[in-house]
Ligand binder design. Sequence first.
Ligand SMILES: CC(C)(COP(=O)(O)OP(=O)(O)OC[C@H]1O[C@@H](n2cnc3c(N)ncnc32)[C@H](O)[C@@H]1OP(=O)(O)O)[C@@H](O)C(=O)NCCC(=O)NCCS
Length: 178
Amino acid sequence: MGLTKERAVGVDQAETITIREMVSEDLPQVTALERQIFPDPWSADAFRSELSGKSYSFPFVAVDEAGTIVAYMVSWIVVDEAHLGNIAVIPSHRRRGIARLLMDRLVSEANAHNARLVTLEVRVSNRNAIRLYEQYGFYPFMIRKRYYENGENALVMVKPLNESGKIKPLSHWESENS
Ligand SMILES: CC(C)(COP(=O)(O)OP(=O)(O)OC[C@H]1O[C@@H](n2cnc3c(N)ncnc32)[C@H](O)[C@@H]1OP(=O)(O)O)[C@@H](O)C(=O)NCCC(=O)NCCS
């Protein structure tokens, strides 16, 4: 398993953050963080099932120099679509570029698997996350009504990858289809 080392630079401090694949030993820490961060947390079983060797599942953690998990992400790549299922950074480590590092890893996996776009759902009220995704090149695509347990709508966002994901005239697709 290869480790991707990236440097995440904060406003007043710099620390090396490592992105690595999530393993079963991470589950107690990840599920505890998930419960602290989200009102409708994923269960331990939900995370466990992502570690059961599914070829389409790509769960990662970000760890600090002491090996403590400071962020995590679950993503899927199915055929030519990558999907961001879950992402969170612990409050003390926000605004240091760690979510951006995790998404860099997702995009690099997506490109390696020839995905053509990345999709995600985000609560319409989650302005911080929407800002992050916009900054990262996602655009708002549609509203998915009452997607969340409390009845809140989801904003579906899409990021095309490479030239193949960009909007092209119908004539392009007709020639590709022939
Ligand atoms: C959303 C979240 C993952 C962002 O993580 P992060 O590591 O702080 O994000 P980054 O530092 O990589 O931010 C990258 C860019 O996103 C935008 N952004 C991120 N957090 C922001 C905030 N609180 N307010 C405004 N913009 C924000 C900024 O443009 C930022 O760049 P900048 O710091 O240079 O201005 C984090 O706030 C979090 O875990 N929130 C709770 C869980 C959650 O909502 N997950 C998303 C579910 S869809």
